[in-house]
Design a protein around this ligand. Structure first.
Ligand SMILES: [Zn+2]
Length: 305
């Protein structure tokens, strides 16, 4: 079954979300084709690691008659959905490219290549390694909606060091492409293992902003849920999305690992078309490595037929 077919019909009208395009021609949240577009660059670290495209200096030795000399970077476009407000990179990475980008995430090779393109990154990376200090606030957000005792699947949960309720769950499974060893008490599971049972809590934290076709992932996660399950989503609420209302595509000149900048409306729409019922949502102001950030939080259940 294709991703287009597998998005269930429910109370909302069926909206096909395309999931196989290299360059998006429609919004990846709501499928609208009403998109505003503006030129941007893909940052060289991401272009190099995901695609193998290194920046070059073009000079006269290239012998090109119709191109000016200078630095050449990977160009792309910033797209903004008129319907739901999602701001996104037009390039949608393949599974192979995502694996290349995120294998051993923030490990030695990742960090040395990023330090080459972005001097100072290694020092910032070291500051990002400690555990987040706001996991208790995520737990407070989720608690009223959960049935205990818990079983947890953390999708994209890295080592599990920041998973909510991690010490309070009978089952603690992690699925992640970074291939790291998990924290004590956690188990790394394959996609097939994750979808062979249902969990009381499915966590998808700081993941959807990296995913080319988020509706496709959300649709898959339903395989690990039943009527008692809660899906927890959080994504960065980027400064650009909080502080500007119009012509966002013109303000976004570069793209890095976050290929989707969500508005509250775009994330709500995405969850709706993917067959979920939102039971709670919030905006949280947090501090990570001394930097003040905002996140959007959603708790959802499967929408009953
Ligand atoms: Zn949209």
């Amino acid at each position: 079954m294709s991703d287009k077919e597998s998005i269930e019909q429910g109370a909302e009208p069926y909206i096909p979300v395309v999931s196989d395009e290299r360059i998006a021609s429609a919004c990846v949240c709501c499928a609208s084709k009403q998109l505003k577009s503006s030129p941007a660059v893909l940052m060289p670290f991401v272009a190099h690691r995901a695609l193998g495209w290194e920046p070059v200096v073009i000079d006269e030795s290239w012998g090109l008659k119709t191109i000016k000399s200078g630095n050449a970077y990977s160009v792309c476009r910033s797209l903004c959905c008129v319907e739901c407000g999602l701001l996104f990179l037009d390039i949608r990475f393949s599974p192979t490219e995502l694996a290349q980008l995120y294998h051993d995430y923030r490990g030695e090779q990742y960090t040395s290549l990023r330090e080459f393109y972005e001097p100072g990154y290694a020092m910032r990376n070291a500051a990002l390694q400690p555990e987040l200090d706001y996991v208790d606030r995520i737990e407070a957000f989720l608690s009223p909606h959960l049935k205990f005792p818990l079983s947890i699947l953390d999708w994209g949960g890295d080592t599990g060091k920041n998973t909510p309720f991690k010490g309070q769950s009978e089952v603690f499974d992690i699925h992640d492409i970074s291939s790291k060893d998990p924290v004590d008490g956690a188990r790394i599971v394959s996609r097939a293992e994750a979808f062979s049972r249902s969990y009381r809590l499915v966590v998808c934290s700081n993941v959807l902003e990296h995913i080319p076709y988020p509706a496709s992932l959300l649709n898959d996660l339903k395989n690990a849920m039943d009527a008692d399950s809660v899906l927890y989503i959080d994504v960065p609420f980027e400064d650009l999305m909080r502080n500007h209302e119009i012509e966002l595509q013109r303000l976004k000149k570069h793209w890095h690992e976050h290929v989707n900048f969500f508005s509250e409306k775009s994330l709500s729409k995405l969850l709706q078309v993917s067959g979920f019922e939102i039971v709670a949502s919030a905006k949280l102001r947090v501090s990570v490595a001394g930097v003040e950030l905002y996140i959007l939080q959603f708790a959802c259940k499967l929408r009953s037929a």
